[in-house]
Design a protein around this ligand. Structure first.
Ligand code: G6P
Ligand code: MG
Length: 217
């Protein structure tokens, strides 16, 4: 494994720092059922890290029916309202095990931290989790044109930190996110299963297994 003098770590949010990936799953499942599209955990893996309209288009394509642009906007709003009701009560207790400790470890070692989430709800989520102040740079949907798997979000985060891509590494739970990190020419740490995240350089089960020293030269 490549060890390096990294100067920053770029975190995905949903499914890495908190289990909101599960809430996205529940909200998309309900939406998919309402339009008669089949939906399961395996299909959901393709949606993780993909922006709202991109995810909706994948679900609607699976339904085999046609939808107007107005229908699509209404369905996307419906999903988002459901998702927002699920995250309304988020608090610091919803940080995944090891999340707060990983951020502290990285900052204590003098490295920088950034957030790279294509979610339009990212700002609200980090505020409710009490970690909004833990990032030197936050890149969300408002700051990019192309969703993961495009590398834009990770490259924008690195540029915001004033660093080159190889000085940063990325942490992701999604297939699209790992592809984005690798396309940005960064080291990719996967969170989840190595069977799913085949493109990652290393995969750990969760941030409770994260130790910065494993990656530093
Ligand atoms: C993240 C999640 C996706 C979600 C996307 C857009 O990337 O992994 O599951 O669809 O954000 O989220 P939003 O909150 O903008 O609908
Ligand atoms: Mg994620």
């Amino acid at each position: 494994m490549r060890k390096y003098d990294y100067r920053a770590v770029i975190f995905d949010l949903d499914g890495v720092l908190t289990d909101t990936a599960h809430y996205h799953y529940l909200a998309w499942k309900k939406l998919a059922e309402s339009v008669g599209a089949s939906f399961d955990e395996a299909f959901n893996e393709q949606l993780k890290g993909v922006d709202r309209m991109g995810s909706l288009n994948l679900i609607l394509a699976a339904s085999g029916k046609d939808f107007s642009d107005a229908d699509k906007l209404a369905l996307a709003d419906q999903k988002n309202l459901h998702y927002q009701s699920l995250i309304a009560q988020l608090s610091p207790a919803d940080l995944l095990p090891g999340a707060a400790e990983s951020l502290q470890q990285i900052r204590a070692a003098g490295l920088k931290t950034a957030l790279a989430s294509v979610s339009k709800n990212a700002r609200a989520v980090i505020e409710r989790l009490g970690i909004a102040g833990e990032f030197d740079v936050v890149v969300d949907a408002a700051k990019i044109k192309n969703s993961k798997p495009d590398p834009e979000i990770f490259l924008t985060a690195a540029a915001g930190l004033g660093l080159t891509a190889d000085e940063c590494f990325g942490i992701e739970d999604s297939i699209a996110g790992i592809r984005a990190i690798k396309s940005a020419n960064m080291f990719a740490l996967g969170i989840g299963s190595p069977v799913v995240l085949t493109g990652a350089d290393v995969v750990i089960a969760g941030l409770h297994q994260f130790s910065l020293q494993d990656y530093l030269r």
